[in-house]
Design a protein around this ligand. Sequence first.
Ligand SMILES: NC(=O)CC[C@H](N)C(=O)O
Length: 359
Amino acid sequence: MKAFLILEDGHVFTGTAIGADKEIISEIVFNTSMTGYLEVLTDPSYAGQAVVMTYPLIGNYGICYEDMESKRPWPDGYIVRELSRMPSNFRSQGTIQEFLEKNEIPGICGIDTRALTQLLREKGTMNGMITRREDFDLEEILPKLKAYSPTGVVMATTCKEREVLPGDGYKVALLDLGAKKNIGDSLHKRGCEVNIYPADTKAEDILAANPDGIMLSNGPGDPKECTEIIKEIKKLYDSNVPIFAICLGHQLMALANGLDTHKMKYGHRGGNHPVKDLKTGRVYITSQNHGYVVDTDKLDPKVAVPAFVNVNDGTNEGLSYTGKNIFTVQYHPEACPGPQDSAYLFDRFLDMMAAGKNK
Ligand SMILES: NC(=O)CC[C@H](N)C(=O)O
């Protein structure tokens, strides 16, 4: 059956329908990872977006439920060049087609994803519609596409109640803003007791449990939408408990301290983004998934200093907060998918908690 991807600038791509029989409007973003499609699909940061995979063959090693980064897939839609119909892998428990259908996610395959990605790079991220309707009316649809913006996505993805990963080591409070599973797992693996809190938890409740450290997770949407959470994060900042933050958590900590964020032209989503540690000059290849970035041009060194920078476009990739045990990164040390080169940052967080305990 035919499906259509209609972009807000009027471009229409015709392909084959995959996944669920449903029409969606979403923000179309592209991811350049060559593997790890299940981790991408189950990363809650994609809530409110439809993902184009630039790698031309997706699904060839099937679906391995153990690799999921959350309890379900989050993108509104899925766009690929070729979808593997016959996965070959001893771990495989199903196909992407079944997985998308079961989770009510529509998609399109057989379109020129390279042309689509070039368009998104030239014009910037655009909204779009995936539909199976052949009689669509562009005049009626385009204003709807232009008006779309994802809202309320953090509360849609966060856990509903506190969850605990037991451990004998440091006690970490993980604020779940739409967290990928491997953030909690990376701390749990290092012996931590990880207390996972819903995104709307008050700072007082988190601090009352006396954590050794606080972890702010990744998450979907525009960071500036999270006004209430930002207020609580400011209180966590004031508490002097060591804090490590990833992606959305990094952006919210910046906003809590008077910095600004802006939407990038087409964002960073993939598994090979080079990031430079400004202290050592060493470059790490990192996993990334973000559309917003912290502005550092007017950064007051009394508040924070840039710790990492993106080698491709010079955008900020991390901050170290002055006089505080707080460091935050824009990229994904938890990987999944992508290189694990930055996993040492979790060890750095443990060192920070050790220093805090010895005080
Ligand atoms: N992975 C994330 O935490 C993404 C943060 C934010 N939603 C952005 O797109 O920039």
